[in-house]
Design a protein around this ligand. Sequence first.
Ligand code: PLP
Length: 398
Amino acid sequence: MPQLAPRMFKARPSSIMQVVEKTNKLKAEGKSIISFSIGVPNFLPAQHVYDAAHKAIDNDPGIYQPNRGTPALVKAFLTWLENEGLGGYTDKNVCAGIGAKDLLWKAMYAVLQPGDEVIIPTPYWTTYLDITDILEAKAVLLPCGPEQNYKLKPEQIAAAVTPKTKMILLNNPSNPTGMVYTPAEIDALAAELVKHDIWVLADDIYSRLMFDGLEYKHVTQSEPKLRDRTILLQSASKIYGMPGWRIGMLAAPEALATAIVNLNSNGITNLPHVCMEAAVAAYTGPQDFTFARRDEFAQKRDQVLAAMTTCKGVNCPKPQGAFYVFPDISCTFGKSHNGVTIHNDVDFCNLLLEHAGVAVVPGSAFGEPKAIRISYACKPADLAEGLKRWTDFFAALQ
Ligand code: PLP
């Protein structure tokens, strides 16, 4: 067989999917498993989204669609941005993709050369590192541990930027930690970023899922000068319960948005028309549905935190967004469960899955091997049962 391109050997299978596969195997064997592993919201889109999709099928235009996205979708997203306090973009700044992941990939492909440095605050969403590696750029991982609430500090950026730095990846609220930058923290980061001529990729796809009355702020609101180098990433997946519809949206300087339109032209051509019509309904329709889901998530977050506080030695900074909790469980290393010793996060996850029937993701998948990720985007009954099993598991540690 002829060889694959060497860069393909940098592509790793997702460790989250490995947990999912193991979970499915145990379920198929008849074991009772509660899954806290996957980042999929436990709700379906609102009725008006389905109505728009049905209407789109009935009126199928039967032709290819614009590479950028339909004018209706671009307009809907621009209006949505304006309502978020992010007005001033035009249709030339916007492009749709097959989920935010597709746009992330294309944005990084559009700006990175092999050897360019990409600053990635750690813990990070796994895909950031994988795309960086596949593109043969160099990841510069900045440790942001629980002692700094998993948040990046401006002085870390100042110390990390070199002449080879091309991009920084920011994620707010964060997957995997659920942490949210306060407006003052965003101001401080923006004040540092504006000193450097580097691309800022701001992945804010969980921006509508922020709790405790925290106000959303984007770096370009703190420093409008950052507009000429910032790529804003959004998605209907998490906030409208539409992960399978694959709607990602991007707002960026015109040259970058045009580059992505060209990549769409030579790749996907367009998003499915039905999905785009559904996304227009999601972006322009009643928004109370999303805010009700947000409030449910906030309650679930509290439930998870309450369970964490009963586990002695677990250090769990309080997340204020998304649907993840990222406790530091390194206090369990060296302890054992049913005679099996826990040496690291992977052992912890395997034992928790096999002995307690609860699936969580090892923190090493996100660059922080002292922690694990709990996704609480599951049914309330599953959450209660899974947390009970978690607490019992901890109580049985020796
Ligand atoms: N960015 C972050 C931080 C995510 O957690 C995810 C999905 O889990 C994505 C981007 C990709 O989202 P999408 O479904 O729009 O591709």
